[in-house]
Every structure is written in C-alpha cells, then in structure tokens.
Design a protein around this ligand. Structure first.
Ligand SMILES: [Zn+2]
Length: 123
C-alpha cells in the first residue's frame, strides 16, 4: 500500500463522526486499498477524500424538527414595542382589558398616549 494512499484515506475518515462508524469506514478503505494495484490506490484514496464530506453528512443524524428553533412569529412592531393592534376584550368577571390581535399581549388601563384610534394601515 502506498503511503500517500494511506494518508489520504486517513484524512478522509478523520472527517467522519467519531465512534465505531469512523473506524469501520477506515478499515473498509484500507481493505479496498489492499485489493487494488498500487497504481490505482492513490486515485481510490482521492475519491474517498472527495466524497468524505458527503459521507459525513449521511452519517450525522439530523436534528429533529422539534429542536430546530424557528423565527419568532411575533410581528416586528410588537417585538419593538412600537405598535400593538389593540382590541378590547372582557374577562370572565366582565372586566375590560386590551389584547393585541397580532401578538396576544394583554394590557389593562388606557392605551398609551399617541396610540391612534384606528389601526395603522401598515401596523
Ligand atoms: Zn402586539
């Protein structure tokens, strides 16, 4: 086995996730190299190195959809506390409060000064 092919195969499997899978692929590549004529070993090892990232991706488990954070669904103007789209609601006791129809924020009391009586066309 040529030293160059051995180093290339080592580099190809070094990118794989650690554990039994990495060792298994390393041994399989070495077995393939032993079966090849010396003149083809470097070409095989280069191919293993070129495809090692794809193999790494295939061996790495994907994160479950439930663990991937999603962008907030709260509108930007609500997040920046610049404008809520207030609507008057009543609780079980009949007391009035305000709830933003866009982000669900609840508030009591009078709307802040400067709040337009009609919703902003872009709000
Ligand atoms: Zn809001």
């Amino acid at each position: 086995m040529t030293p160059t092919a051995r180093v290339l195969v080592g580099a190809a499997t070094a990118t794989l996730p650690s554990g039994a899978g990495r060792e298994r692929y390393h041994l399989e590549h070495l077995a393939e190299l032993h079966a090849l004529p010396r003149g083809d070993q470097v070409r095989y090892a280069l191919g293993a190195l070129a495809t090692s990232w794809a193999l790494r991706r295939a061996l790495t488990p994907e994160a479950e959809m439930s663990t991937i954070p999603t962008p907030s669904a709260v509108p930007l103007l609500c997040r920046l506390r610049l404008h809520h789209h207030w609507r008057t609601e009543h609780n079980e006791a009949g007391e009035a409060y305000r709830r933003c129809t866009r982000c669900g924020k609840d508030a009591t009391g009078d709307p802040p000064r400067g709040t337009p009586k009609h919703p902003l066309p872009y709000g």
